[in-house]
Every structure is written in structure tokens, then in C-alpha cells.
Design a protein around this ligand. Structure first.
Ligand SMILES: [Fe+2]
Length: 312
């Protein structure tokens, strides 16, 4: 049983991680303060801006009828089609007027506790670099295209914007119980790879899907992956794939439903009952699942991305 570690819950102050808490060991570059925020946004070259434009054109070709309405509305509201990598100062001013969020540049993946602290204060940390043409289709480290195109439009939706802040605040409790892995799985299966049931059918709200070309089709139409209604207790016990398409996607009814399932529940009880590692494999179906589609898992059985298997 997990025993909580004392930690002050003042969301304005950067939390210090106790020694026993497992988190990714990231070394802070010498030029950055404890908030990991860069002093200024990078000066992008004309080629960098052209890469943004090409990625933007490709995704906006694929996403109508696949992305959720909140994302498509957010894209329009923020006018991310003005050409080139958006300027964060302008983006923050416009987003701030809508939901009080801002976007701050960070050099790379940042430690969990710093990430939670920014989210809890309605700041979204976004990569201060863009992929090269050599890694046009796939990158592991989130760049400015993934972060701004994939995540920021969703922050114009008031309920989702509140969910993201509450997710950040939930980080304090997860650190107290040393259960960051479980909270990370919740983020993965909602904010990064979540699907939502809309009146017209299944749609995407996860940034990991919205910012890549292949997964938008695979997640919605593929026969391989499972599609299951979101159950927070189950998701927080489920392992996930970082470097390939997901074997399982979780579906919500609405952002209000997501908010209720997560924010308005007793995570203390949940954390006390969780094992330190994951209980369920990423492709598993279990008794409690409300299954929308039972995946064949053919893509992963054929070896997934390393084998060159066709997503199907
Ligand atoms: Fe992301």
C-alpha cells in the first residue's frame, strides 16, 4: 500500500520532489532557472517556418471530420494558419483572453514536477524547436508543432482548459503517493491519445494523434486497436507505448464527463490501492471494459513500426 509523503499544496510555489519519489532524471541546462522556461522564443529560420507550414497543411488536410469540434474551433479562434511558427507572445495574449492560459518556451521534455507546476498555473510549456525534414513524419521528443498545433487549440475550450489545470494540481497528490507513473498514464490516454464520442461519430482530441499523419486514421478507423470507454481506475493501471501507434484508445462522452471522472473523485483511495507498476498490458481487454471495438492487434502482432508493418 502506498503511504503519502508530506508535500505542501501551494500551487503557486514550485514543488520540491522528495528523494523517494520516482521521476525521470532530467538534467537542467545551465542557462535555465528552476522553471525551465527559456528567456525568449527561438528565432526560426525561413526553412523552419516552411516546415511548420508543410506540417500544418498536411494535418489540416487529414483532420476535418476526424478531429473533435473543440479542436477545429480552437484552430480557427487562434488563427494558427497565419503562416510560420506562431509567436508565443501573440498566442498567449489571444489564448489568455479566451481561457486565461499562456504558452511558454522550454528546450526539451521537462521534469514532471515542473510540468505540473506550470499546468496548475495555466501555463503550457511548449518545445522551443521544430523537427527537421529528416524527421518530418515522426519524432519522439515533442517539438513546437506537436505542442502548439496539437495541444494549444484544445486549451481554448473552457472545460478542457480547466481539466488541464486540475491535472497539473493532481500532480502534487501523485508525488505525495509516489504514483507519477499512474498519473502519467492518465495524461497519455486522455490529453495525448484521447478519443471523444460526438453526435457525428468518434473524433480525436489527443494531441499525439492530432499532430501526426498516420495515427489519425488508425485510431478512428483501424481494425487493429481496441477502443474502450474511459474508466480512470483502469487507465491508471495500464501500460502504454511511447514509440509506436497505440494498441488501445480510450473514449470519453464529453469533456464534462472527463472532468467529472477525474477531478471530482477521491484519488487518495485510488493511489492507496495502486501497485507501483502497471497491472494491465497496453493491448489487454479486461472484464470491466465497456468495449466499442475489440481490436485485432494485427499491426502490433506483425511487429509494429520497427518491422514496417502497415497500420491496419
Ligand atoms: Fe504532448
Amino acid at each position: 500500500m502506498a503511504t503519502p509523503i508530506a508535500l505542501t499544496e501551494n500551487f503557486g510555489i514550485l514543488p520540491q520532489v522528495s528523494e523517494g519519489v520516482f521521476t525521470a532524471p532530467l538534467r537542467r541546462p545551465a542557462h535555465l532557472a528552476e522553471d525551465w522556461v527559456e528567456a525568449a522564443q527561438r528565432q526560426y529560420s525561413p526553412d523552419d517556418h516552411a516546415i511548420w507550414d508543410a506540417l500544418y497543411a498536411r494535418q489540416t488536410d487529414i483532420l476535418p471530420g476526424r478531429a473533435c469540434s473543440a479542436f477545429m474551433t480552437g484552430l480557427e479562434k487562434l488563427r494558427l494558419d497565419r503562416g510560420g511558427v506562431p509567436e508565443f507572445a501573440r498566442l498567449s495574449a489571444e489564448l489568455g483572453a479566451l481561457t486565461g492560459w499562456s504558452v511558454v518556451p522550454v528546450p526539451m521534455l521537462i521534469p514532471d514536477h515542473v510540468f505540473f507546476w506550470h499546468l496548475a498555473n495555466r501555463r503550457f510549456p511548449a518545445g522551443n524547436f521544430i523537427r527537421t525534414r529528416a524527421s518530418f513524419d515522426y519524432i519522439e521528443e515533442p517539438d513546437v508543432f506537436h505542442d502548439v498545433f496539437g495541444h494549444v487549440p484544445m486549451l481554448t475550450d473552457p472545460v478542457f482548459a480547466d481539466y488541464m489545470q486540475e491535472y497539473g494540481r493532481a500532480g502534487w497528490k501523485a508525488m505525495r503517493y509516489n504514483r507519477l507513473k499512474a498519473l502519467g498514464a492518465l495524461y497519455w490516454y486522455t490529453v495525448e491519445f484521447g478519443l471523444i464520442q460526438e453526435a457525428e461519430g468518434l473524433r480525436i482530441y489527443g494531441a499525439g494523434i492530432l499532430s501526426g499523419p498516420q495515427e489519425a486514421v488508425f485510431a478512428l478507423d483501424g481494425q487493429s486497436p481496441n477502443r474502450i470507454m474511459l474508466n480512470v481506475d483502469r487507465v491508471m493501471r495500464t501500460d502504454y507505448v511511447i514509440s509506436d501507434l497505440q494498441p488501445t484508445y480510450f473514449v470519453i462522452d464529453s469533456f464534462a464527463d472527463l472532468y467529472h471522472q477525474t477531478v471530482e473523485r477521491d484519488f487518495d483511495r485510488l493511489y492507496r490501492s495502486l501497485a507501483p507498476g502497471f497491472t494491465y498490458a497496453n493491448a489487454a481487454l479486461i472484464d470491466v471494459d465497456d468495449v466499442l471495438h475489440r481490436g485485432t492487434q494485427e499491426y502490433h502482432l506483425r511487429g509494429g513500426r520497427p518491422s514496417g508493418a502497415r497500420p491496419t
